[in-house]
Design a protein around this ligand. Structure first.
Ligand code: MTE
Ligand code: MO
Length: 251
């Protein structure tokens, strides 16, 4: 006999529940029965399920933030292990990748920072650079090993006089995508504003002219085509995060 409750869910609630449950089961060994007991909800009523799921996801963010160690490094790989060809993903098909004109490109900076002047790509190239060969893991169930280099986000935040005690760093992208990081992840040594992919300037598919590369986070937190960065105490959410993907999404 199964102790699992019968549930009637909308398709996207089911998707959220599957994602959330996968993470809870993986990390904490919880079953669906335990989720229903913890939330004290019978999981029959769609609105209740929705509320319970978001509450569990916010709680999961906090637990993950506690578990996250600012020093623990994501695994790195050798050049021979790089996945070729690398895999493209976005919320639109490849033929809709934005065509960004670099001559008028400026990275905007706002929020809790002292220096709000926009940055050209050349100015970013003048800052210290860091390279990595790491694995990008997509929530859809694939991963690929790639090489990126660029400015550590911590270095950039220090240069603009960011309030490093603020809670979040937000990213706005030139394809209307957006995402955000907790400050400890923003300051992590492997979190970089990547300018190069495979030792060449980022190709359009992979985030030209600037992308986030944070190997301690799932792929969807790795914003491509970044046009603006801001520091805030208000959680800025994200394109997928606001549709139910767990916000913290640490690896
Ligand atoms: N601007 C932007 N960034 C984005 C996305 C997007 O649609 N737009 N998709 C995300 C997702 S879901 C993944 S898995 C990775 C894919 O990066 P890749 O194309 O380099 O493999 O980019 C992330 N960053
Ligand atoms: Mo993804």
């Amino acid at each position: 006999m199964s102790d699992k409750p019968k549930i009637i869910l909308e398709p996207d609630q089911r998707k959220q529940l599957v994602n959330l449950q996968r993470r809870l089961v993986l990390r904490l060994g919880l079953t669906l029965g335990a989720v229903s007991m913890l939330t004290g909800c019978n999981l029959q009523d769609g609105d209740q399920v929705d509320k319970a799921l978001w509450a569990m996801s916010r709680w999961n963010d906090r637990v993950q933030a506690w578990l996250f160690s600012g020093d623990k490094l994501a695994q790195t790989y050798s050049e021979a292990q790089i996945t070729r060809p690398f895999r493209f993903n976005a919320f639109y098909p490849e033929y809709n990748v934005p065509d960004i004109d670099i001559s008028d490109y400026r990275l905007e900076v706002s929020g809790k920072v002292e220096k709000k002047a926009p940055w050209t790509l050349d100015q970013l190239k003048q800052l210290p650079q860091s390279a990595q060969i790491t694995r990008l893991i997509c929530i859809e169930g694939w991963s690929a090993i790639g090489q990126w280099s660029g400015v550590p986000l911590k270095t950039f935040l220090q240069h603009v006089g960011a309030d490093l005690t603020a809670k979040y760093v937000g990213f706005k992208c030139d394809d209307r995508y957006y995402s955000s990081l907790d400050m400890p992840t923003a300051l992590h040594p492997q979190t970089i504003l990547a300018l190069d992919f495979d030792k060449k300037p980022l190709p359009p598919d992979f985030g030209y002219p600037l992308r986030l590369r944070a190997p301690t986070k799932l792929g969807f937190k790795n914003a491509k085509h970044i046009g603006a960065i801001f520091v805030t105490n208000e959680n800025p959410g994200g394109y997928w995060e606001d549709q139910g993907y767990n916000w913290f999404s640490g690896i």
